[in-house]
Design a protein around this ligand. Structure first.
Ligand code: CA
Ligand code: CA
Length: 253
């Protein structure tokens, strides 16, 4: 009987200790979860196209002929995205996209490097064919609420007349997430529109999508200053329970 009572007493004491430990650690858990939750929304994933299954770039959805290929002249790493026409007659589009959570009213910058030519003097864009970056704003049901194409006619992108052959050209465009936007669809476009059916490919590398100020898309990791403030607040909350913590440690010893 004595042993049973002792066991029960130990069990009740353990439950009490765990409960108190949980309450003491709660502020810290809140701090950690708030940081990890926001880190869940990273900027473009695999924006350098280094990760691929075969030639299919991971984390991107493709349409037409869009591939991740080994590229000795990659802007970053050893692979880049190569896009070219569908061979179904002009016009047709090839592309790759991925969606990132955004906040209405926040400015976002889409950037990346585009190249005309395979880096060795071949496969140049012909006629009116062009390649560019595009942001498409979507609501929670993935219906478009706005779009912006940084095509050559908007001063960016590449085509047969504006591109520096075999050179990586940096493109960047900043837009504000419009009312209703829940996602920013980061899109790479190869527009095959030459009426004379002349081809050519386009290459993309180092694509990024960031909230203005470097914070990344909505809910991205907080700025170091913000993270530090949250941590200080968490430590402060924890500090308020220092006496309780001391008593808990004493009760455990
Ligand atoms: Ca790369
Ligand atoms: Ca893919």
């Amino acid at each position: 009987m004595k042993t049973t009572r002792h066991k029960r007493s130990v069990t009740i004491r353990s439950v009490s200790v765990y409960r108190r430990l949980f309450l003491l650690l709660l502020p810290l858990m809140v701090v950690i979860s708030s940081i990890t939750a926001t880190e869940g929304h990273a900027a473009v994933i695999n924006g350098s196209f280094e990760s691929a299954t075969g030639n299919n770039p991971d984390d991107w959805t493709e349409f037409g002929n869009a591939y991740s290929e080994s590229d000795p002249n990659a802007q970053d790493g050893s692979r880049s995205a190569k896009l070219f026409q569908n061979f179904t007659g002009a016009p047709n589009l090839t592309g790759a996209f991925q969606d990132q959570a955004v906040t209405v009213g926040q400015n976002y910058t889409l950037s990346g490097y585009l190249r005309n030519g395979d880096g060795a003097g071949g496969d140049y864009l012909q006629a009116d064919n062009e390649a560019f970056l595009k942001i498409q704003w979507l609501n929670g049901s993935y219906v478009e609420v706005g779009a912006y194409e940084y095509a050559p006619y908007n001063g960016g992108g590449i085509d047969s007349s504006t591109a520096q052959d075999d050179q990586w050209i940096y493109n960047t465009l900043t837009q504000t997430a419009p009312a209703g936007a829940v996602y920013g669809r980061v899109t790479l476009i190869h527009n095959y529109k030459g009426s004379d059916y002349l081809g050519g490919s386009s290459w993309f590398d180092s694509v990024t999508f960031e909230a203005e100020g470097g914070g990344g898309p909505a809910g991205a990791a907080p700025e170091p200053g913000t993270a530090a403030l949250i941590l200080v607040a968490g430590i402060g909350l924890f500090g308020r329970h220092r006496g309780s913590l001391k008593r808990l440690i004493n009760s455990l010893s």
